[in-house]
Design a protein around this ligand. Structure first.
Ligand SMILES: Nc1ncnc2c1ncn2[C@@H]1O[C@H](COP(=O)(O)OP(=O)(O)OP(=O)(O)O)[C@@H](O)[C@H]1O
Ligand SMILES: [Mg+2]
Length: 318
């Protein structure tokens, strides 16, 4: 979880390729120790943002401060704090995993002793110990991705910028990755990552940014993103036996509409101004009065996928 110190600050960052705005006036702050999940459709500008943050793209407009350093002017200072996993990670294929990591360790300024120690630690952490003497060319796609992660973690950076780190990882590896992210964040590492797997973003991100066509549509916690949506709340009633009186629930105060997607399920959509606790109470009472046999009543909260689609599909800025 984050502290109150802003560690990454982007203000009005714009990047153009000819007439195309890959990023348009993007501003966001990420606090120290916070996990930031960056989501958006293909071509939204996520990789461009990350390349700017790590100093691979310098011709942009706007201001970036990382730690107390300015990007790109103090790039060398920032590089000492930074671990980066590119979207399409590439290594020299003829080297072994261990040798590849050694080279990165040296580039990050670690001495030989530290390199050996850290290589063992990260290989263990990412379950790569068994393949440490294999050539990169002999690894599977997911294993290569993990070597990329190992490389980013090697010098214990204060800031991790990970472009689709979960790409190609199996479910157990994804779970482990999320545990690693949470642990590092609890020790104060600031982590930015992009992903198309929204449930993973929901699981680990303290703050989420939704980018579309180079514009940041929303930035905040999942709850804040939910609150920004003007959707109506919905209540689901599950039945243990079908009832032919379900439509009578539509008469309850605060209900806008009612549907029966299957014989054992009724969905009630509340009016925008309705109080959901009060409505659930009324629904419970009516269900009993109507002699319906129920298995459960619950408030349906929008999933991260629904929230995402709602923002992206509702974006009228283009
Ligand atoms: N070197 C380049 N020259 C011209 N256009 C570019 C260049 N790099 C990226 N773009 C364009 O910038 C936009 C943003 O691309 P970017 O790679 O940042 O998207 P992304 O959000 O990372 O997408 P994905 O989810 O597919 O990885 C796209 O329209 C892309 O075509
Ligand atoms: Mg990308």
């Amino acid at each position: 979880m984050g502290s109150d110190n802003v560690f990454v600050s982007m203000q009005n960052v714009t990047k153009q390729y000819g007439n195309l705005y890959a990023l348009h006036n993007v501003s966001l702050n990420i606090k120290e120790g916070e996990v930031f999940g960056y989501i958006g459709p293909n071509g939204a500008g996520k990789t461009t943002t990350m390349k700017i943050l790590v100093g691979l793209i310098s011709d942009f407009h706007g201001d970036i401060i990382i730690g107390n350093y300015k990007m790109p002017a103090q790039k060398n200072e920032i590089h000492k704090l930074l671990g980066y996993l590119p979207q399409n990670v590439a290594f020299q294929e003829w080297r072994t995993v261990r040798d590849s990591l050694k080279i990165f360790g040296k580039l990050s300024g670690l001495n030989d002793q530290e390199i050996e120690k850290r290589i063992s630690e990260v290989l263990e952490l990412l379950d790569l110990t068994a393949v440490c003497d294999k050539k990169i060319s002999k690894l599977s796609g997911g294993m290569t991705q993990k070597v990329g992660l190992a490389q980013a973690l090697l010098h214990e950076p204060k800031l991790l910028v990970l472009d689709e780190p979960l790409n190609g990882l199996d479910p157990l590896s994804r779970q482990k990755f999320k545990e690693i992210v949470k642990k590092l964040s609890s020790k104060g590492t600031t982590i930015l990552f992009s992903s198309h797997i929204l449930s993973d973003v929901q699981d680990v991100a303290d703050v989420i940014g939704i980018l579309n066509h180079g514009k940041l549509l929303q930035f905040g916690s999942l709850n804040q993103l939910k609150q920004g949506l003007s959707t109506h709340e919905r209540v689901e009633v599950l039945l243990s036996a079908p009832s032919d009186r379900w439509q009578e629930l539509g008469a309850i105060e605060g209900i806008q509409s009612i549907e029966q997607p299957s014989s054992d399920k009724i969905i009630l959509t509340l009016r925008a101004e309705a109080d959901s606790d009060y409505a659930i109470n009324c629904i419970g009472k009516s269900v009993v009065e109507l002699g319906m046999s129920i298995r459960g009543i619950s408030l349906l909260t929008p999933s991260i996928d629904e929230i995402y689609l709602s923002y992206i599909q509702g974006d009228q800025t283009r």
